[in-house]
Structures are given as C-alpha cells and as structure tokens.
Write a protein that binds this ligand. Structure first.
Ligand code: UDP
Length: 267
C-alpha cells in the first residue's frame, strides 16, 4: 500500500548506494521536477532563447547499480543524469540498510503514466522511441484513448541500425517533443540518451524499458499484489526465464549492500 509522505520537490540531496548517487526524491517530487524542466524549456523555445540542456532522467534498479559498479561509462551516465530515481524495491531496501532511507520506490512506468496524464492536461507532447515495429504505434493509440487530450508527437521503433540514427534524430527533432520516452532496454537506452542528448533538442528524456510493450497490451505487468510486496522481479523471471542471468544482479546487489553495511559498522 502506498503511504502519503511529504513531497520532496527538488532533487537536492543524494543517497549513496554502493558508490552510486541516487536522488532523495519521492514520486510527487519527480513529477514536479520533470514538469518544471519541461515548462522552462518550452518558455525558452517560445522566446527563441537558447534551449536548456536535455535533462536525462534515469529510473534505476539494482541491476543498473551493479552494472555501474562494473562499467565506468554506465557509472558516468548515472553521475551526469539530471535525476536518478529509485525504481526498484532493492534500492529502497538497500538505502534503509545503509542508514539513509530513500522516501519511496518510484516505478518508472507509473511515473511515466503520471507524466502522460499531466501532458494531456498541459498540452505537452511526448515521443515514443523503441520496442518492436508496430508497438509504439499501438502504445500511442492506447494512451491517447486512456488520457483524452493527449497527443503523442511521434513514434519510432527501436530496431534501427547505427546508420539510421541521423534519420531517427531528425524525426525526433522535427516532432519537437516535450518528453522523450526511450524504450530500448537498460542500459542501451541510457547509453543512447547520453550519447545523443545534445542532438535531441528536447527538455527531458527517460529510459522506459518495457513500458511500451505493456501499454500496447503485448506484455503484462505483474499483478498489483506482487508489486506491493516487492515481487515484481519474480513475476518477470517466471514470465521470461531468459532473464535469469541478468537477474543474478539482484542477489549480488543484496550481498554487496550487506558487505558494505558490515564494513561500515566495523570501521
Ligand atoms: N528493444 C529495442 N531495441 C533493441 C532491444 C530492445 O527497442 O535493440 C526494446 C524491446 O523490444 C523492449 C524493450 O526494449 O520493448 C526492453 O524491455 P525490457 O522489459 O527488457 O526492459 P529492461 O528491463 O531491459 O529495461
């Protein structure tokens, strides 16, 4: 069950999880941060002023934290992101154990659904990039029906070659989106955003993993009760046993947190 907590509106404080800085922010705060960033960008665009740099929002889970420990480029991407939100019960659990509890888990898909609802009200236009051909179009149709007034600025599938990137970037720039959702899977989507952020001319980009598959109806999210007790990962493992190797990151993360706690206590 979600509890009401005071809103943390600004990503001012960081919580160190195994050397990676995660923002001390709750769901409301993350929504407000993204909304403010979009508004500031739109004002600059309307005034013909220089456009603010793209804000890269990462919704991080324990898998990406473990990856960042092994791959310096992923660590650098996380350290340069405008916001690193804790998507994943592991991070919230780890932060508690390490003595700096994060306010709550912010599931990336739910954060994006809130942003799409907000976009429908404010007239912001998101762009969907990623997933198999046809999926982004289906997700667009579903979400435009679900949030009346929502206008998706454009879509592109996620199976393009490196040589096609200029054309993809061009399509995104021409659409002038207010929010770019990149569904290429982690960490490909984070690398992609970091690599091209100067060429996107958008206020905010967020890696959204399998969200387009879920919105299109081609994949299902875990039942709510499993999400509530932090077992979404188990559902995904049962549905997609091929994820087993990737998921070894979870026990490795848990072990690393325990070890760090132990070392700190001794020190
Ligand atoms: N995907 C893509 N291009 C690729 C590889 C993957 O568009 O080259 C898409 C894939 O179709 C799926 C999403 O990326 O829609 C990855 O979803 P997943 O649930 O695996 O996300 P993760 O848990 O890796 O963030």
């Amino acid at each position: 069950m979600r509890q009401t907590r005071p809103s943390v509106a600004t990503p001012a404080e960081k919580v160190d999880i195994l050397g990676i800085a995660v923002d001390y922010i709750d769901r409301n705060g993350a929504v407000q941060f993204i909304a403010r960033t979009i508004e500031r960008f739109r004002q600059a665009r309307a005034a013909g002023a220089p456009l603010p740099a793209l804000a890269h929002v990462v919704t991080a889970n324990s898998e990406i934290i473990m990856l960042a420990k092994e791959q310096p480029d992923v660590a650098q991407i996380l350290s340069q992101a405008a916001l690193v939100a804790a998507d994943g019960i592991g991070l919230v659990w780890g932060s508690r154990l390490l003595g700096r509890p994060l306010p709550e888990r912010i599931p990336g898909i739910e954060l994006m659904e809130e942003m799409l609802a907000r976009s429908a009200q404010e007239g912001w236009r998101p762009f969907f990039l990623g997933a198999a051909p046809g999926v982004a179009e289906e997700a667009k149709a579903v979400m435009e029906r679900r949030f009346p007034g929502l206008q998706v600025a454009g879509v592109h599938h996620g199976y393009f070659q490196e040589t096609e990137v200029p054309q993809v970037l061009q399509q995104i720039r021409q659409a002038q989106p207010d929010l770019l959702l990149v569904a290429l899977g982690a960490p490909r989507q984070e690398r992609w955003i970091a690599k091209y952020k100067e060429k996107l001319a958008a206020p905010v980009a967020v890696g959204v993993g399998g969200s387009l598959d879920i919105w299109s109806g081609r994949a299902q999210r875990a039942p709510q009760w499993m999400c509530d007790i932090g077992l979404e990962w188990l559902y995904r493992l049962l549905r997609q046993p091929s994820r087993a190797r990737r998921m070894l990151a979870l026990p490795r993360f848990a072990y690393a947190v325990w070890r760090e706690r132990w070392t700190r206590r001794k020190g």
